[in-house]
Design a protein around this ligand. Structure first.
Ligand SMILES: NC(=O)c1ccc[n+]([C@@H]2O[C@H](COP(=O)([O-])OP(=O)(O)OC[C@H]3O[C@@H](n4cnc5c(N)ncnc54)[C@H](OP(=O)(O)O)[C@@H]3O)[C@@H](O)[C@H]2O)c1
Length: 289
């Protein structure tokens, strides 16, 4: 028997999360699984979870390539929605708490002020629709499930916007970044600590968890370059339409985190501060980009 089972443990968030949980829940036993141990698309996920008999199951696995989802709807729903259904059913079999990581992309971005947990979803793309369906499964099937919505993640493990900006800046010296989408860049280490605290609080329902303050991708990109000392790089602001990605994205998907503050006292640090910290911890690997 293991206390906490993390599914998607080899992903960008999963790797930080397992490390944080192992230090916060030393006596409970934290088990990290990924697709090699369990493909959540398969129904045997239910029995595999039941055999482990965890107290908490956190699903951070997913098909997270937003444009890929647009071109492969079946795969998106199989992993992000039906996969979550299997995870919740497995958790229910052993009376474990189910936790699901969801996204700002369930919103359409038309609100123009920070989204609350109970604002109505209206996803613009397949990824958002598949994640919303995953949310519905946990709401319908879990007794005390927890949904954590977050956005614009970057971390030490895995490709992300920060490494992609630095790579392009080094290779080309010039880059175009969209300036008409607003959100909150969020550091996976900060998010992992917040998830751990929400678990300690036995939180249930929906929580928005992101680093404080918000910006456009363009400003995020400029800040990455500035904090990395890459001052000579030219950054061209462009519209989402000009950028021409297969999946539509909300123009404004800032998440209101007042509920997190109200119920746990937690406020994640402002995104530029978190970014600065991240860049200092990954300096060596970034130099080899
Ligand atoms: N990244 C963001 O900006 C962002 C924003 C909002 C919400 N989220 C959510 O946060 C969670 C973590 O995101 P992330 O960026 O850390 O994702 P990630 O790096 O793509 O990691 C996802 C992990 O899930 C695994 N996986 C994929 N299909 C699976 C399956 N069928 N069964 C079991 N494991 C499978 C992946 O393995 P492979 O690599 O082998 O496919 C990978 O190790 C996801 O639920 C995502 O939807 C992410």
């Amino acid at each position: 028997m293991s206390g906490i089972l993390v599914i998607g443990a080899n992903g960008m968030l999963g790797r930080d999360l397992v490390g944080v949980l192992q230090s916060h829940f030393q006596n409970d036993g934290v088990l990290g699984w990924d697709i090699e141990e369990m493909d959540i698309r398969e129904e045997d996920t239910i029995e595999k979870i039941e055999k482990v008999r965890p107290k908490i199951v956190i699903n951070v696995a997913g098909y997270t390539d937003v444009d890929g989802c647009e071109l492969n709807e079946e795969k998106a729903f199989a992993i992000n929605a039906e996969g979550m259904k299997h995870v919740v059913l497995g958790a229910e079999r052993c009376k474990a708490k189910a936790v699901y990581l969801s996204t700002d992309y369930i919103f359409d971005g038309k609100k123009k002020e920070p989204y609350l947990e109970d604002d109505p979803p209206n996803p613009l793309n397949v990824y958002g629709r598949s994640k919303w369906k995953g949310e519905l499964y946990i709401q319908e099937l879990a007794r005390d499930g927890l949904i954590i919505r977050t956005q614009w993640l970057y971390g030490k493990y895995g490709k992300n916007f920060v490494t992609s900006v630095l790579r392009q800046a080094k290779e080309k010296g010039v880059l175009s970044i969209v300036n008409d989408q607003i959100g909150s860049p969020t550091y996976t280490m900060d998010l992992s600590k917040a998830i751990s605290i929400l678990i300690r609080y036995d939180a249930r329902g929906i929580f928005h968890v992101v680093n404080s303050d918000f910006c456009s991708w363009y400003t995020f990109g400029q800040t990455i370059l500035k904090l990395s000392g890459m001052v000579g790089v030219k950054v061209i602001p462009i519209s989402s339409k000009e950028f021409g990605r297969p999946a539509l994205r909300p123009s404004y998907s800032v998440l209101n985190t007042q509920k997190l503050k109200r119920e746990t006292g937690m406020v994640l640090r402002p995104w530029p501060e978190a970014l600065k910290h991240y860049l200092s911890t990954v300096r060596d690997s970034i130099e080899s980009i």
